[in-house]
Design a protein around this ligand. Structure first.
Ligand code: SRM
Ligand code: SF4
Length: 557
């Protein structure tokens, strides 16, 4: 627990925020600046928004003695990545009217819009609300968007597991009415006690909190990278309950050796819904009460867990729930990649998974993706699901409607685009990074596609095209594209330079290890050429690239 006299600045802002209101209304009215007051930037996150500025234009504006070009990014709450066709049409329209127009699918199965100017925030939220969408608690020190294995074909009871993502998300929402008052003009409720929040109280959590649900054999959500991971235990097509893993989290800080990436530790199994919800709740209250509130770098549950010890954390949770966790049950993960193309689920319903490079939905000279998806949505014969690898599933297509949807996908060359992309490209993810992310040290999604084009010839040279290598890039060590859980991870250190990590496994059950530091592009390509040569000549039968590099370079040291 933290020393009360040594609370971080954000702790004080949260406590003084009057239920996450801060002075946001005043900040919004201030026409002198495109920014909001500094303290409000922290409060605004709990409403699902970040203040940003165009980093490409910082220098030019500074030279002209102009303020930074402030804009806002908004992130929606879409548990399990589900969005109906009607809501997609609304999001498409709102993106065009109020943001850059690009819809960004994130690594946690939701969407972001960038480039909103201050005066557009309220109209944007109001339009989202009219469409039945909100951005509550998608950022900030609170439970975030709950992710869930996306492919409905994965299990006959996908819907039942998926429903948990929705219920957990609602169960862990903050009780404050601030969002409705500030953005949707609802009356301020007279009695403050009406919004008392026994879970979050007035300080919320020490840090962000993430929950992911995986349905074996697919670990597409990277379940062990979450603060709290639930692994569905399914026997004879029946959901028996969930194994519970805690303490996942990826962020590190260059040069700060007390920070580290960590995969979750499984602490047991729970069966009934009541027990599942109670366990989740108390795992969070232990983190709330014991997490570090002085040093935000060490505030995630993973650090609380390692400080307390796994047995002590579990014992504290069991004390609070009043029951013991059962021993974890058996399951197996065999894949993590999205399953592209048409697939049918147990009920005969069709799903098409399409490749969206780095989750960026837009029309460009090569592909009219945004228009195509709008046309698909307008048929009103589908829904959409986002995947944790920033792709999309056109879902819930009845057998009789499949031909019509397929025709649109063919006409707009979506099928051709998905089928033509290499395995390497389709498995790759990169974070947003520049120009909007204030924390980026290097490029992410703007650079990864061209780097892949230079790596693909190496893959071809060693005939590795059919390998399902998972490669990820981030512009800084925060790990938004989960690079430490990849077989090949690039982590930005400075403009044009990346740490190269290898040795993670293909299913997301082992982190990778730093292999070479701060490489430029030429060195990245040389290193990969060398790695692929040895992989080709020295690998064991069926050995994945991640397992090979772990055996060869990590275990050896
Ligand atoms: Fe992230 C901060 C983008 C998934 C770890 N992340 C940010 C911010 C908001 C920068 C900031 O704080 O101002 C980035 C906004 C960039 C932009 O312009 O849009 C950002 N993170 C993203 C997204 C959009 C990346 C993407 O390209 O898809 C992902 C949004 C997910 C969502 O829908 O909620 C995203 N971020 C992740 C993940 C991956 C995951 O959760 O599966 C991680 C690593 C896992 C973890 O949390 O440990 C991640 N983001 C961070 C961190 C480090 C947190 C920490 O423990 O220290 C930060 C920085 C922070 O919180 O201080 C961060
Ligand atoms: Fe920004 Fe770093 Fe996250 Fe990339 S990994 S989006 S650069 S915070």
């Amino acid at each position: 627990m933290s020393d009360k006299n040594n609370l971080s600045a954000i702790e004080k802002i949260k406590t003084a925020s009057d239920g996450l209101r801060g002075s946001i209304p005043e900040s919004l009215q201030d026409e002198i600046t495109g920014a909001i007051r500094e303290d409000d930037t922290a409060v605004l996150k709990f409403h699902g928004m970040y203040q940003q500025d165009d980093r490409d234009r910082r220098e030019e504006r500074a030279d002209k003695k102009l303020d930074r070009l402030y804009t806002f990014m908004i992130r929606l709450r879409l548990p399990g990545g589900f969005i109906s066709a009607k809501k997609w049409i609304a999001a498409n329209e709102i993106a065009g009217e109020n943001s850059t127009g690009v819809i960004k699918i994130t690594t946690r199965q939701t969407l972001q819009l960038h480039g909103l100017i201050k005066s557009k925030i309220r109209p944007t939220i109001q339009s989202f609300s009219q469409a039945g969408l909100d951005s509550i608690a998608t950022c900030g020190d609170i439970n975030r968007n709950v992710s869930c294995t996306s492919h409905p074909g994965e299990s006959a009871i996908h819907a039942q597991v998926f429903d948990y993502a929705d219920r957990i998300s609602s169960f862990l929402m903050p009780k404050t009415n601030a969002y409705y008052e500030i953005w949707l003009d609802e009356e301020k409720i007279a009695e403050k006690s009406d919004e008392e929040d026994p879970l979050y109280q007035d300080r919320y959590l020490p840090r962000k909190f993430k929950i992911g649900i995986a349905i074996p054999p697919n670990n597409d959500v990277d379940v062990f990278t979450n603060d709290l991971g639930l692994v569905a235990i399914i026997e004879n097509d029946e959901l028996k309950g969930f194994n519970i893993a805690i303490g996942g989290g990826l962020s590190t800080t260059h040069g700060n050796t007390s920070t580290y990436a960590r995969l979750g530790t499984t602490i047991g199994f729970v069966d009934t819904e009541e027990k599942i919800m109670k366990t989740i709740y108390e795992i969070i209250t232990v983190q709330r009460d014991f997490g570090n509130r002085s040093d935000r770098k060490l505030a995630r549950l993973k650090y609380t867990l390692d400080r307390m010890g796994v047995d002590a954390y579990r014992a504290e949770v069991e004390k609070r729930t009043g029951f013991k966790l059962e021993p974890a049950r058996q399951y197996e993960f065999t894949q993590r990649a999205d399953r592209y193309g048409w697939l049918q689920n147990a009920q005969g319903v069709w799903y098409y998974t399409l490749f969206i490079e780095n989750g960026r939905v837009l029309d460009d000279e090569k592909l009219a993706l945004k228009t195509a998806l709008l046309e698909v949505a307008k048929t009103d014969k589908t829904n959409f699901l986002f995947t944790s690898s920033q792709n999309m599933i056109i879902s819930d297509v009845a057998d009789k409607d499949k031909a019509a949807i397929n025709e649109i996908l063919e006409r707009f060359k979506i099928i051709e685009h998905t089928e033509a992309a290499s395995h390497l490209r389709k498995n790759a993810i990169a974070c947003v990074a520049l120009p909007t992310c204030p924390l980026a040290l290097a490029e992410g999604q703007r650079y990864m596609p061209s780097l892949i084009s230079k790596i693909e010839p190496l893959i071809a040279k060693y005939q590795l095209q059919n390998e399902s290598i998972i490669m990820r890039m981030t512009g800084c060590p925060n790990g938004c594209a989960r690079p430490y859980a990849a077989e090949i991870g690039f982590v930005g250190t400075a403009a044009g330079r990346y740490n190269l990590h290898v040795g993670g496994d293909n299913q997301g059950e082992r982190l990778n290890t730093l292999y070479k530091e701060s490489l430029d592009e030429a060195s990245i390509l040389t290193e990969l050429d060398n790695l692929f040569t040895t992989f080709k000549t020295e690998r064991n039968a069926q050995e994945s690239f991640g397992d090979f590099s772990y055996r060869k370079y990590v275990l050896k040291n």
